[in-house]
Design a protein around this ligand. Structure first.
Ligand SMILES: N[C@@H](CCC(=O)N[C@@H](CS)C(=O)NCC(=O)O)C(=O)O
Length: 221
């Protein structure tokens, strides 16, 4: 049975892989999950995706999807029971994810590893990143989720990166003047599907039994 499931190469702590897993969970799909480590990537993954980044999804027909946004969108194109690919906000959601991936991530990496990037101080890197936090705060002042009353791809596509930013220094993050963003992040950290997305798996070995993700469906609320 399980051989027809798509196969997801994933790494638990990677924000891109979190985005892909959240897409799969919200789409209520199941995949075969292969947990990898970045230091020792399995040759089976590199054979289908030589660029060597996670997540990578291989469909039953052999098609390989090797960008997290595309995996998220693929999942929600199969089925979207919770309406995350809302047509009205799709354009705005994509623009926001672009900003996250092309601008915010740059500053996030530098803030996280300020000791390796000596051009600016940690505080300066954080402040550069805060420009995006301010955009999100403004959106969340109007609505409970980034683009309205309900969850869209913008929320699941961006949340893992805000989590990472917050976790560089939680005390500092929760003292910043972004109460709506802090509330949104806290809600996400307690969301049953986020908790399910963060299930721990042993590193995959070729001889292992198949691991199906998610093991079971749980209620979204
Ligand atoms: N554009 C890619 C980026 C994925 C990415 O950079 N993932 C990181 C882990 S968070 C990775 O695999 N890096 C390769 C490495 O560290 O060797 C996507 O959206 O899927």
């Amino acid at each position: 049975m399980t051989f027809s499931y798509p196969r997801l190469y994933s790494f638990r702590r990677c924000p891109y892989a979190m985005r892909a897993r959240l897409g799969i969970l919200f789409a209520e799909l199941q995949v075969v999950l292969r947990e990898i480590t970045l230091k020792n990537k399995p040759p089976q993954m590199l054979a289908i995706s030589p660029k060597g980044t996670v997540p990578v999804l291989q469909l039953a027909d052999g098609t390989v999807i090797e960008e997290s946004r595309e995996i998220m969108m693929w999942a929600l194109t199969q089925q979207d029971p919770h309406g995350l690919r809302d047509a009205e906000t799709l354009h705005e959601a994509n623009a926001l994810i672009d900003k996250n991936d092309n601008e915010f991530k740059y500053w996030l990496d530098r803030y996280k590893y300020a000791d390796r990037h000596l051009k600016m101080t940690e505080v300066e890197y954080r402040q550069k990143g805060e420009v995006f936090l301010q955009t999100l705060e403004e959106l969340l002042t109007k609505n409970p989720y980034l683009l309205g009353e309900s969850i869209t791809i913008a929320d699941i596509g961006i949340m893992p990166f805000i989590r990472q930013f917050a976790h560089v220094n939680r005390d500092v993050f929760y003292r910043l003047p972004y109460p709506n963003l802090q509330r949104w992040l806290q809600d996400w950290l307690n969301h049953p599907l986020f908790l399910q997305a963060m299930t721990k798996f042993e590193k995959w070995q070729a001889e292992d039994d198949v691991v199906v993700f998610p093991v079971a469906f749980i209620d979204r609320h």
